[in-house]
Design a protein. Sequence first.
Length: 131
Amino acid sequence: MKLIVKCKDCREENKVPNYAEDRVNYAKEFGDEFDLKCKKCDKINKYHVDNIRAEGYSLGEIIVNRLIIIGIVAVISIILKIIFWSNPISWSFLLFPIAALFFFKNNDSKKQLNFNKHKLKGRVSMGGFKR
């Protein structure tokens, strides 16, 4: 899941500079307001945490991320295979890239829905948040 805000002037989607699992944790760690410079119109606007929207990754972003991770796992597996060549367990290192495919999360839709559903405005206590 990626966090974005729309520019108040040109409506361009900009990536939020920090990441958190939900708005409450975002506000605790980074404050409930932040400034962000639009990548299209170069204007700096102030945003509230409630302006952030979580979105899923596009198919292209998912493919690129997975290829990078699979490539890293494959290189490590080959290196371990070369180091432990005479050991019978060394063949299992070649299975790591295949096993890695099954452990990826296909969709962060539950996290995305949770982030978008719960907002800070209207909460009784705002104690502990940075300003």
